[in-house]
Structures are given as structure tokens and as C-alpha cells.
Design a binder for this molecule. Structure first.
Ligand code: FES
Length: 389
């Protein structure tokens, strides 16, 4: 018997949830909305919170194996009988009493067990998270800057095996030249990250499941303590004023390591789309693109497109390219030919000057803050757009 004082609420008939399937319900408890996932395990029904303790993924859409449901977003596992986790750390979601009467399912909104988030991300992940928050707070609140110091980050995306067959890279040599020039001419602090020396996984496409499953800092960095994309995120988002990316041309495109890195930066750009959160503030991008053969303009177009979408701005001559043309199969001469080219050095200097001067302008004027603060609210801009059309 269901007594009214038990506050059980009718959900649906048992036929509406087939075996090994689940259904989601919204119920209320004293004005609070609860989202429940109700599972049918061989004719027995169990209710747990539909909201994953990790990042609020929908457990009703997870896969079921025995009594274990796996969250569809990043794979945390819970028993549908108890709401307790099967992953390290002991996180859990609330579980709720279920009663069946005359083929009808009822649930109490008062949990049997209250869920808890107990685990914390590893230290490097937490440090990155708080450094980025602090940085954004400073960028939102600090006054105009008169400080003209500049930090230039170089990201070398060429690939080679430094242990087995070390060699000199054309693109990396040019990047080193650019950093040395910035140091000498502008007393810039410089750092070069060599992607081939960092250990990081490919993007695993959580965005494709749901845009909110793509979080920042990236969930892969959270799951994998060895993931060194954390260094790239920190240097690009917090540390640098100017980021210069160098890449060789590989079959008409940037290097595969470059793509591996930028796919992991989807989470930076996605913050704009899903959270209206702009992580890149007052930063300037520039590129060095080299190839034994050609396709500089195509690669420059791709790079400019991605980095502009992240929120970078660009100075005069934002990229410099160098190639020897289609018939230059004597690739062993690429480095010597590039370092002997006064024109190439001249163009690299132009690109660095353009980037550093632009960095001073945007920092001194707090360019990004002015742009972001003068935006109309999303609703207003949509309304004025439809009125105009
Ligand atoms: S595992 Fe559920 S939201 Fe990440």
C-alpha cells in the first residue's frame, strides 16, 4: 500500500521501462526539482539521481552492465541499486526508494542514500584551474597597464626522435631565431615548448557526445595525471603575451603534432560557445611555416582561422613562410638554405615586431576587456538583429 504520508509519487507503468533500459523523470520535493533515472533490472526497478557527480552527465543515457551504469560523458560508473561509484574516490549519486503497486511505479523524493562528490582532481589539474581563474579575475579587474614587459612563448610542432636521430629542424631553427630576437630587441622573457617532448593524448571527442561534456581544463588532463597538455594550457592562457607557433608543412598541412595539440584546445574555444567564458585575453598570435615544398598560404589560413576563433589578435605580418618550391627534393639542404636567407630573417623580424607591438597596444588598452564589456546581452543582440532584418 502507498500511504500519502510516505510522499511516494507516481512515475509510470512498469511496461513503459523495458528490461535493461531506463527512463528519466522530473519530480519535486518541497519545491526542489529532482531529475531521476529509473532502471529496470530483470523486472526490479531502481531509482538514482540522473545527474553524474562528475560534471552532471545524464546517467539515464549511460550503458548498463549488470547493475552498473556507465556515465556517457567520461565513463564514471555507479551501481543503480545503491548510487555508489565503482571508480576510485568513492563518489556517489543519491538513490531513492521505489515501490511497485498494481503494475505502477512509485518513487519517494526522499533519498535512501544521499550522494556525495568526495574525490578531487590531481594536484597539477587543480593548480592549472586556479591559476586560470586567478588570471581571469586579474584581467577583469586590473587597471590599464603601463608595464611594457613582454613574454613570448614559442611552440615548436615539428616531430623527430631526439634520442635516435637528432637533427636540425628548419621550422624550429627559425622559431629559435625569433625568440632570440625578441629577447635581444625587447628584453622579452622567452620559453620554447617542443611538443615532441611532451606526453599528451589525442582529443577523445567528448564534445561530440554533448558540448557540455567538453570541459576546461580538459577532462583528459583530469583523468590522466601524466598528461602534459597542462603545460601548454598554462603557458598559452596564463603566462604568454605573444605565442609564436612554428610548423613544418607535411603534405600541404601543418604537422600532425600541431593538430594533436589544437584538437586538445577545442576545450578553450568551447568555453566561449557553451559558457560565454573567454580564456584568451589580450594575447597575440604569430606563425612560422616552413616547407621543403609549398603550401604556406593554405597552412597560414588554417592557423589564423583556429587561433582567431580562440580569441587571439594579430599584429602586422602575422605569419612568415619559407619554402623552396615543388622540385626541391634535396631536403638535406633545407636548413642551410633557410638560415642563409637574409630575406627570411628579415621577415621573421617583421613578424616578431608586429606581434610585440600589437601586444603592447592590446595590453595597454585592455583591448579584450573593452570588447567584452561593450557587448550587448545575447538576448538584446538577437532582438535588434531580428528587428533590423
Ligand atoms: S563521467 Fe559523468 S559527467 Fe563526467
Amino acid at each position: 500500500m502507498i500511504r500519502s504520508e510516505d510522499n511516494f509519487q507516481y512515475l509510470c507503468s512498469v511496461d513503459e521501462i523495458p528490461p535493461s533500459r531506463s527512463k528519466v523523470f522530473s519530480i519535486e520535493n518541497h519545491g526542489n526539482k529532482l531529475e531521476l533515472a529509473v532502471f529496470n533490472l530483470a523486472g526490479n526497478f531502481y531509482a538514482i539521481s540522473n545527474v553524474c557527480a562528475h560534471q552532471r552527465g545524464p546517467l539515464s543515457e549511460g550503458s548498463l552492465d549488470g547493475d552498473i551504469v556507465t556515465c556517457p560523458w567520461h565513463g564514471w560508473k555507479y551501481s543503480v541499486k545503491t548510487g555508489k561509484s565503482h571508480h576510485e574516490g568513492g563518489d556517489s549519486v543519491s538513490s531513492f526508494p521505489v515501490k511497485i503497486l498494481d503494475g505502477r511505479i512509485y518513487v519517494s523524493p526522499v533519498p535512501e542514500r544521499v550522494g556525495k562528490r568526495t574525490s578531487k582532481p590531481h594536484e597539477a589539474y587543480q593548480k592549472l584551474d586556479s591559476a586560470v581563474r586567478q588570471h581571469l579575475e586579474n584581467m577583469n579587474s586590473s587597471p590599464l597597464l603601463t608595464d611594457t614587459s613582454v613574454r613570448v612563448l614559442g611552440i615548436s610542432t615539428t616531430n623527430m626522435n631526439d634520442d635516435k636521430t637528432p637533427r636540425t629542424s628548419t621550422s624550429e631553427t627559425a622559431l629559435q631565431f625569433a625568440l632570440d630576437y625578441a629577447k635581444k630587441r625587447y628584453s622579452a622573457e622567452t620559453v620554447m615548448l617542443k611538443l615532441r617532448q611532451l606526453n599528451f593524448r589525442h582529443c577523445e571527442g567528448y564534445y561530440s557526445k554533448n558540448s557540455k561534456a567538453c570541459i576546461f581544463p580538459c577532462s583528459i588532463s583530469e583523468m590522466d595525471q601524466e598528461d602534459q597538455m597542462i603545460q601548454v594550457y598554462y603557458r598559452v592562457i596564463v603566462w604568454a603575451d605573444v605565442v609564436i607557433v612554428s610548423t613544418p608543412i607535411r603534405w600541404g598541412n601543418a604537422s600532425s603534432l600541431y593538430y594533436q595539440m589544437v584538437q586538445r584546445m577545442n576545450c578553450v574555444q568551447n568555453q566561449i560557445v557553451t559558457h560565454d567564458n573567454y580564456l584568451i585575453r589580450d594575447k597575440v598570435g604569430a606563425f612560422i611555416i616552413t616547407g621543403g615544398q609549398d603550401n604556406v598560404q593554405h597552412v597560414a589560413g588554417e592557423l589564423l582561422s583556429f587561433w582567431s576563433q580562440m580569441g587571439f589578435v594579430f599584429g602586422k605580418f602575422p605569419f612568415v613562410g619559407w619554402s623552396r618550391g615543388w622540385y626541391a627534393e634535396d631536403t638535406e639542404n633545407n636548413v642551410s638554405a633557410s638560415t642563409a636567407s637574409e630575406k627570411f630573417k628579415h621577415d621573421i623580424i617583421n613578424t616578431v615586431n608586429g606581434a610585440v607591438e600589437m601586444s603592447r597596444l592590446v595590453k595597454a588598452n585592455r583591448y579584450d576587456r573593452r570588447v567584452l564589456e561593450s557587448r550587448p546581452a545575447m538576448q538584446d543582440s538577437v532582438q535588434s538583429h531580428s528587428e533590423a532584418s
